[in-house]
Design a protein around this ligand. Sequence first.
Ligand code: HEC
Length: 268
Amino acid sequence: MDLSGDKTRFFNMSYDALCLRRLVTCYNINPGPTGVFPALKTGSAVSLLTEVIEKKHQGVEVDDASRRRLYAWIDANAPYYGTFEMSRPHTMGGRDTWHFVPGNARAAPQREPWFAELDRTYQKACASCHGELATGGLARKNVWINLTHPEHSLLLNAHLSKAAGGLGLSGERKGVRPPVFESAETPLCRELLAALRKGQASLALRPRLDMPDAVAIPQARDFGKVFKAAASVRIGVAAHPASGLHCARYEKRLLRRAARRAARPTQQ
Ligand code: HEC
């Protein structure tokens, strides 16, 4: 597990590791209002990380102040950014290092040129087994790319032989055997690394708000749209208003719910 502060797509390695591996249990409130939160279903009381610390994993003693700090962080719902400001407006969460929006205007995000370049190689060599590289939110593949130390990226090292300093992953999965790259100098590995290095440079040019020298760019945030969408579904408006990326999933859920309700026989 990588518990370093190396930057990933939205956060850093340790944050992604703790949250993706569910060592920390918290609420993801992005999809929209989630109803009443039941007591003790989330937070430090039920997080695996608490258990690991309290059972003194590998004999590690965590001092009282550090434990309290960790548990307070979990109980604050594991925040990462200490600010709502953003440097990549209109991308997912205003933090997506793999995408940008020209002129920072409200529009569909485009792939960063370095990411498009990386993805071309990925499509050629990896997608047949691994599917799409960029998927939404907290996705496993976000940690495949290390934007602080590109050469440490899992994407590069997973199938690079151990002799060449990689992980040499070669186990069969669903009847397929992965390729093994004998050297980091193979054209494919060079292509991947070249694109990853451009990714590092691109992040340095426009640092995120968790980095020194980040410049906050204002973005109009009309979260009221979530509720407008909800209202339009409730009153049966067929075409609900276009809304921001952040509530697309919530809208889908509302629409499914509305469709189910419409399919039910009406009570007289
Ligand atoms: C022929 C199918 C195949 C291809 C092509 C392939 N992989 Fe894999 N990959 C696998 C399998 C199978 C595993 C699991 C191997 C293991 O655990 O020993 C794996 C594991 C991985 C992992 C570790 C995380 C995980 O999902 O288990 C990464 C990262 C990865 N591959 C990246 C890549 C990249 C990047 C490429 C292209 C350069 C690539 N793979 C090409 C089959 C493939």
